[in-house]
Ligand binder design. Sequence first.
Ligand code: DGJ
Length: 631
Amino acid sequence: MAIRYIEQDRTFWLDTEHTSYLLAIVDQENFVGHVYYGQKLQYTENTPAPVYLLRTGEAPFVPSQNNRERVSFLDSFPMEYPGNGLGDYRESAISVRTAQGHVGVQLQYVSHEIVKEKPALPGLPSTFPGDEDCDTLILHLADPVIGLAADLIYTTFEEEDVITRSVILKNTAGQPIYVTKVMSACLDLDGTDEKYDILTLHGSWGRERQMERRSLMHGKQSVGSVRGESSHQEHPFIALLSADATQDAGEVYGMHFVYSGNFLAQAELSQFDSIRMTMGIHPENFVWKLEQGESFAAPEVVMTYSSEGLSGMTHHYHDMYRGHLIRGEYRDKKRPILINNWEATYFDFNTEKLLKIAEQASKLGIEMLVMDDGWFGKRDDDNSSLGDWFVNEKKLGGTLSELIDRVHAQGVKFGIWIEPEMVNEDSNLYREHPDWAIQIPGKLPVRSRNQLILDFSRKEVRDNIFDQICAVFDQGKIDYVKWDMNRSMADVYAGNLAYDYVLGVYDFMERLVTRYPDILLEGCSGGGGRFDAGMLYYSPQIWCSDNTDAINRTRIQYGTSFFYPVSSMGAHVSAVPNHQTGRVTSLKTRGITAMAGTFGYELNPALLSDEEKEEIREQIKTFKKYEMLIN
Ligand code: DGJ
């Protein structure tokens, strides 16, 4: 039994193979306190739960014993899901505004359920049990004055030493409630004399997921994104490390978000040296109008504890994501070694050029050709045609079906690039539906790569693009799709848009993988700008970075590998001098680096010397020999 309720102590005891997580209901007002998270505690029927860790018998005492100093209790008690505006001055997990404009919310225990399943989150990607038995604790909390109910959901994955968390809010007020912040998880660790560090990943385009470790100081330290995507700049992850933690030893508490939009991940060291970690949707510009009877689901946080340093944490995440997040027939299968024409041709290609690449690549042992950006509308550069998903037969010099058949005839699979969420103003789609682009009336739209974002929160917009793309995919046997997304969001016209947009993207992706279950989907966002656990639910691999320089890649892939399995990290051998950095590295270095990912090529084989071709043949043989071991 992974989850127990110990009646006499009013304690919930959650176990995984090596960890325990305890929370308890306290005082007549039913506060929910966080008791313990860490190395496994041995449960026995005769031993009381260690609720003394909450120190409710010490001053300032619970409100029923010392309501005169109610604030002192609230200001220091380790809250499981802290409210806002009512005396807990640390970071809140939730904030709301009532129809009358009141703030101030505190959710107290009402009842609970323990079930032997993991409920899915409506419209959101989330981890699933697979072959494993999962126990779930659903804590029903409420603020009866406001009329807000909240379910805190905890599922234990015993073998992986993971606990997943999410929150579902429900309005019972009889009038709207405006939710301005809803964190998916909070972890309040009691004050200790120990020093802690926090670990985060930062970056930029071409330099994603660089590890950064710093001492946790008093106050709040956070990373986040308000770019509408998880972003190149900061990753939806935070870990708290004992200051002595290394790769293989020491304590690590990790939180990772299964969501692809705005996020906030924060650690706060309080006046009493307690630590509060929170993770959820970034509250900036977020306002969700929750109507009477309606629910709101906050995305999932995957939480883990390791007493074996960063390696332990990484193993938990890898096991978790390989077994309980990545889906589709390619999950455990060998992936075709691909060649992508982007760095070989950029926009300058036609059927003959592509066939030549495929022909030469197949002689080297490469198994799939991917036709990147530039095959649709009238797109010869990045100024036009996004939104016009019809094949540019004039440019290709033939139909897509012919191209696919001729590529297949060479024994090579065929893949295609799309960027469904975007629109250029120079497109038929924009001319017909300018209101489908995200813009604020009267303000100049923020262009990026000369493109705007389509409002995927609207079903008619998604339907139009979906139909267009299916009409292309149905022209032949497409084996692989690279789904790109090349800009961050701006011009957000309403407080619910950024969330609704991400759910719209998920809806589209779900429809795509359902309709084309055999297609291998690779995510991409100007490289690795949306490499996150939400996307991994739909695409078993994601392009790590537009920077293909082997030396830079070692760091990018190292940071990425903290949570994401090798089989999910898109990595290619490209030409030298490298197109992004100008550096020359040996083919051997480039090969080894790409083999620590999905492995493929992104160059023009016609420009290779005979020795290089021979070396590539050997690389492919080596990769094929070790592929399953590496993965
Ligand atoms: C950005 C991607 O990361 C590249 O690999 C390439 O697909 C370009 N977009 C195409 O526009």
